[in-house]
Structure formats: structure tokens, C-alpha cells
Design a protein around this ligand. Structure first.
Ligand code: HEM
Length: 363
């Protein structure tokens, strides 16, 4: 690994900040691997996505498994996306999510609590309900423990990735519990439609992809609201949506989209973080401004793009909207100033755990 790739791997956010001013919007990480964020390149890449390959992530594939939808390709990938789509349609879960959010707000302690930990627990419960049809906190706690041991911090992620490469990190007991739950889901969600051998990988993939990013997006939105004069009290729907969009721009939960690979073996890593901070695209890119005009194609893609665009986008946006709206409606929220830089958990960029909130009753 050369020096550039080492910096990219070990200190991702400082590295991205250090290349932010590169006007070309691309940088070579090593021979045949490029980091790209120029909007024209991104638009072309996503247009041509079907012709590219999507290699497994070295960090995530030992956890999610080789059959995860995240790295299937071609007809198999298209078929899986079709199977998952009805299950992830956001609107059908509105009443359920509202009830789960209210319950979680009612459980908030009166003292300071970590914003990211709170949103993570809540969004995992929500995706757990979507996948299994029931609440099972014990199973989700076991899942969180398993995931945290591998991806809970940057150091753990690097150890997981480099110290025992090529080894799967499944936990047979946890897998048995997940499969049991998936088979008894009511109404049957995944087990009825997926081949038995793929079920474990898809369940783990949905639980993973369906909560970390949504949790950090909700936490970042609360963070930006607390720091922006004028965004106080309840926000009307348009302003709330614009605030969420601007938060996804400046603090995208996934700093990078999935790698793309050409037939010649060229690997391209799209940087969402850098595309969203490009000075040639966004005036004063570091300023949080929900009133921004819509960006040109290829300049805003918090949910990725092309054939791999996030299938959970509508569900995620609904969750963030409902979490933020209910919290601001029922509580006075005060956030501390975070004492460290964003935290990387696997692929998700979350506010640091030190970002605490005190939520007191409005009534
Ligand atoms: C704010 C929340 C979320 C963000 C920012 C986000 C972001 C992303 C990104 C950047 C990708 C990669 C796309 C690419 O490589 O072009 C992705 C893929 C994916 N996301 Fe999300 N996501 C979010 C929520 C969700 C939710 C709630 C689910 C529900 C299960 C989900 C499921 C998936 C899946 C299954 C993929 C893989 C798609 C494929 O490879 O075809 N995500 N997401």
C-alpha cells in the first residue's frame, strides 16, 4: 500500500479534507484505483453503472457474506432488488414508525444521552420490525454487540479488516437466531421469497444497511438544527425536508459510495463527501444553508446512484422526518458541542458519541 492509500485508509476524513480543493475532482489512490467526485464524472459513471462490476467490500463482505445484495451483479442483482422493493416502500410504515418513535422519546432519560446511540437503537428497532414483523430487543442487542466488536470504532474496523483478512466473521448462534426470526416473520417478508442459502446474508445486510446510515442522518440533522439560528421549535414540512437534504449534503452518512470496477480492472471509488463540498459546485460549501438552489446532476448523491442507488431511500427519509419532527414537537432539545471529529463506523460517518442531548418535556 502506498502512502496516499495508507492515509486514505487510516485517516479517511482528514485525507478527504486534504484533497477537497483539487479542482479536477479526482485523485489517484494507487495504480488503477481512483477516488472521484467531479459531478460530470459521477453523472457519467452512474449512467453507465449497469456495464460496471461492483466488487465486494473487504471490510463488509466477511460480515454480510458473499451472497449479500450489496455485491451481487447482473440479473441476480436486478431480481433481488425487485424482491426487496415492496418491503422497503416507506409510506406503508408511517403509523408503525410514529408509534416506535413516540415510545423511544418517552424512554429518553432526563439527563444527557448520546444522540448517535439513541438514533442507532431506534433505527435498528425500526428495520428489525420491517424485516421480522415483530420487536425482538434481545436479538437486536446481540446483533449490535456482534457488529460493534467489528465496526464499533475506526481502530476495530481496521483490525477487523487487516489482521485476519479473508476470514468470515459469522457468529453461528446469532445467525441461528436471525434465521429463526426470519422464518417466523409475520407477514412473511424475506423467507418466503429468497433461496434458503441466501437468507442469512440478506437479513444481515438489511439490518446493517438499514440502520447505521439512517441513524447518523437523523443525528446529524438534529446537530445542524441545534447549531443554526432560525431553526427553532417545530419546522414546517418544507423547511424540515430542506434541512434534512442540507444535512445529507454537508454530513453524508456514507462518505463513499460502493466501488465500481471496469472490465479492464480499474477501480473507481465515488466520494459523496467531496462531491457535496466542491467549491465550484456549491457557494460557501461549508456553510449549512437549507435554502440552497438544487445542484446540477452528479453533484448530490447521498444515496449513491446508478443501478446500486439505495433501495431504502424513501424509508430512510420518512424515518428521519418522523424522528426529528416528533422530538422537536414533544421536547425542548439542547445539544452539547461535540468534542471530537465525526466517528466512522464501518462505512457510516456519524457524529461523535460525545455529542449529547438533553431533551426536556415541552408540556
Ligand atoms: C439516510 C440513510 C441512508 C443512506 C445515506 C444510504 C446510503 C446508501 C448508499 C450511498 C448506498 C450505495 C449506493 C451506491 O453504491 O451507489 C446504499 C446502498 C444500499 N442501501 Fe442505503 N442508505 C440509507 C438507508 C438505507 C435503508 C433504510 C435501507 C433499508 C434496508 C438501505 C438499504 C440499502 C441496500 C440494500 C443497499 C445496496 C443496494 C445495491 O447494492 O443494489 N439503506 N445506501
Amino acid at each position: 500500500m502506498n502512502r496516499t492509500e495508507l492515509r486514505f485508509t487510516l485517516r479517511l476524513i482528514p485525507f478527504l479534507d486534504s484533497v477537497e480543493s483539487f479542482e479536477d475532482g479526482l485523485v489517484r489512490l494507487r495504480d488503477r484505483r481512483w477516488l472521484v467526485w467531479h459531478p460530470d464524472v459521477m453523472a457519467a459513471l452512474f449512467r453507465n453503472d449497469r456495464a460496471l462490476r461492483h466488487p465486494p467490500s473487504r471490510t463488509l463482505s466477511p460480515l454480510l457474506g458473499n451472497r449479500s445484495v450489496l455485491w451481487l451483479d447482473g440479473a441476480e442483482h436486478t431480481a433481488y432488488r425487485r424482491t426487496l422493493a415492496p418491503m422497503l416502500r416507506g409510506a406503508r410504515y408511517q403509523a408503525l414508525i410514529e408509534e416506535m418513535v413516540d415510545r423511544s422519546i418517552a424512554e429518553l432519560p432526563s439527563g444527557p444521552t448520546s444522540v448517535s446511540a439513541w438514533t442507532r437503537k431506534l433505527t435498528l428497532r425500526i428495520i428489525g420490525r420491517v424485516v421480522f414483523g415483530v420487536d425482538d430487543d434481545e436479538l437486536l442487542t446481540a446483533f449490535t454487540r456482534w457488529l460493534d466488536r467489528r465496526l464499533g470504532s475506526r481502530v476495530r474496523t481496521l483490525a477487523h479488516r487487516y489482521l485476519t483478512p479473508g476470514t468470515t466473521r459469522f457468529d453461528p448462534r446469532l445467525d441461528a437466531m436471525l434465521l429463526h426470526r426470519a422464518h417466523s416473520a409475520e407477514p412473511p417478508a424475506l423467507a418466503a421469497y429468497l433461496p434458503r442459502d441466501d437468507l442469512r446474508d440478506q437479513v444481515v445486510s438489511l439490518l446493517f444497511a438499514g440502520h447505521e446510515t439512517t441513524a447518523s442522518a437523523a443525528a446529524w440533522t438534529l446537530y445542524w438544527i441545534s447549531r443554526t439560528p432560525g431553526l427553532t421549535g417545530e419546522l414546517d414540512d418544507d423547511l424540515l425536508d430542506a434541512t434534512i437534504r442540507e444535512s445529507l449534503r454537508l454530513s453524508p452518512p456514507a462518505a463513499l459510495a460502493g466501488n465500481r470496477m471496469s472490465d479492464e480492472g480499474m477501480v473507481i471509488t465515488p466520494s459523496i463527501y467531496l462531491a457535496h463540498r466542491r467549491a465550484a459546485t456549491y457557494e460557501n460549501p461549508h456553510v449549512f444553508d437549507p435554502a440552497r438552489t438544487p445542484p446540477p446532476p452528479g453533484a448530490f448523491f447521498p444515496f449513491g446512484g446508478g443501478v446500486r442507488h439505495c433501495p431504502g431511500k424513501d424509508l430512510a427519509l420518512l424515518e428521519i422526518r418522523l424522528i426529528v419532527r416528533a422530538l422537536l414537537r414533544h421536547r425542548h432539545v439542547r445539544l452539547s458541542s461535540p468534542t471530537s471529529t465525526p466517528q466512522l463506523r464501518g462505512a457510516a460517518m456519524a457524529p461523535p458519541p460525545s455529542l449529547a442531548m438533553v431533551a426536556t418535556c415541552r408540556h
